[in-house]
Structure formats: structure tokens, C-alpha cells
Design a protein around this ligand. Structure first.
Ligand code: URA
Ligand code: SF4
Length: 207
């Protein structure tokens, strides 16, 4: 099976993890992507936000949530009263998966498979063990399946605080939609306000 496990260092902090992740060959996604996009933030962050995978901009810049979805997420966090600078931001999958309609055409985001998300899980587990956030904000179905199992659906649980054992530790989780789904929604303003409402539950949990 694909797995990042042999690449994850047994000791060291976030900097050591990030260096090791740059060389991960745990699944085939490293082959076509530009670079590993590791999590961003400090070890004392109280909240960890988990997205799906880097997009085109993130793949080029090497940082999570710096493209259109990231800008929307920052606005939603600010409106909910969570300082984006105080959050640890990461993804379930650390390499960009894409296809092209034409040989040298635009890179089109492709959802990672459950196998790829499972392969990348040891990085997320290592980030959780070091940061020990008080709350994990689960952004969308891929992050939800990676953390809570393949039967996870956003619809029924969004905006509700869950307490689950994740990688052997008790965690509090707040699932919501992925910011990219807000960008695709017909009623963008309504979808944005829905995301903000869920993030306000997260903000109350942290206050
Ligand atoms: N979407 C994600 O899930 N993560 C990013 O880092 C960017 C877009
Ligand atoms: Fe490793 Fe994850 Fe990249 Fe696959 S997606 S190569 S498991 S860092």
C-alpha cells in the first residue's frame, strides 16, 4: 500500500517534519507536482484547519491556502472572529493532484483518492501530535474522510462540535464546507454566510 510512514521522522519539531515531507515518495502524487505543500503555522496554534490538497497556486508557492480558496477562507475566518495568523493551516494531502485537458494546458484540480489520502495520513497525524490543537476545523469531505472515516458526509454534521479519537488521541472537531465549494456555489453569498456561521461555532469553542 502507498504510505508516507517511512518518510516521517521519529523525532524533531515542525521544521524537521517539513524538511522530511519535502522528500516524501509515499504515493505517486509527488511525481507530477512541483513540491510538497506542508502545513503552515506555529506549534502553539490553538486551532488547526485541515483542507483537501494544495491547488495550483499553492503548488507553485509551496504554501497552503494562498490561492482563491485561501483568500475566501481568510475573509470567513476574520468575519467569524478567528485570527488566520493564529491558526495552523494544512491539508489532508500534501501534493497537488491534477489533470490537463490538453498536453500543456491549464492544470485542472482532481480530487485525491481515499488511498492517496490514507497514504498521506501519517503527516497529518504527526502535525496533530506536535501542535495538539484545541480544535480541528475540518474543511470539506476529503479532510472529513481522512480524519473521521470514509462514511463522512459534510451535510449532516457541519457546524456541530464532534469529539472523536483520532490517531489514538481524543480530539474536538468542527466540520464545515470546503471554501472552494463556496466559490462554486450558485448562491455564493449564502454559502459564504453558511461557512461563517460554522466558523463562529469554532470561535465560541476557542473563546
Ligand atoms: N484547497 C485546499 O484544500 N487546500 C489548499 O491549500 C488550497 C485549496
Ligand atoms: Fe507523500 Fe502525501 Fe505527497 Fe503522497 S501526497 S507523496 S504521501 S506527501
Amino acid at each position: 500500500a502507498y504510505t508516507a510512514e517511512p518518510f516521517v521522522p521519529a523525532r524533531g519539531g515542525l521544521a524537521a517534519l517539513r524538511r522530511a515531507a519535502a522528500g516524501c515518495r509515499g504515493c505517486p502524487l509527488h511525481r507530477d507536482a512541483t513540491q510538497t505543500v506542508f502545513g503552515q503555522g506555529t506549534r502553539d496554534a490553538r486551532v488547526m484547519l485541515v483542507g483537501e490538497q494544495p491547488g495550483d497556486q499553492e503548488d507553485r508557492q509551496g504554501r497552503p491556502f494562498v490561492g482563491p480558496a485561501g483568500r475566501l477562507l481568510d475573509r470567513a475566518l476574520a468575519e467569524a472572529g478567528i485570527d488566520p495568523a493564529e491558526a495552523y493551516v494544512t491539508n489532508a494531502v500534501k501534493h497537488f493532484k491534477f489533470t490537463r485537458a490538453e498536453p500543456r494546458g491549464r492544470r485542472i484540480h482532481k480530487a485525491p483518492s481515499l488511498r492517496e489520502a490514507a497514504a498521506c495520513g501519517p503527516w497529518l497525524a504527526a502535525e496533530l501530535a506536535l501542535v495538539e490543537p484545541e480544535l480541528i476545523v475540518v474543511l470539506g469531505a476529503t479532510a472529513g474522510k481522512a480524519l473521521l472515516g470514509s462514511s463522512f458526509r459534510v451535510g449532516g454534521v457541519r457546524g456541530t462540535l464532534l469529539e472523536r479519537e483520532i490517531h489514538g488521541r481524543p480530539e474536538r472537531l468542527l466540520p464545515t464546507v470546503h471554501p472552494s465549494s463556496v466559490l462554486r456555489a450558485d448562491d455564493r453569498e449564502g454559502a459564504f454566510q453558511g461557512l461563517v456561521a460554522d466558523l463562529k461555532v469554532a470561535a465560541r469553542t476557542l473563546s
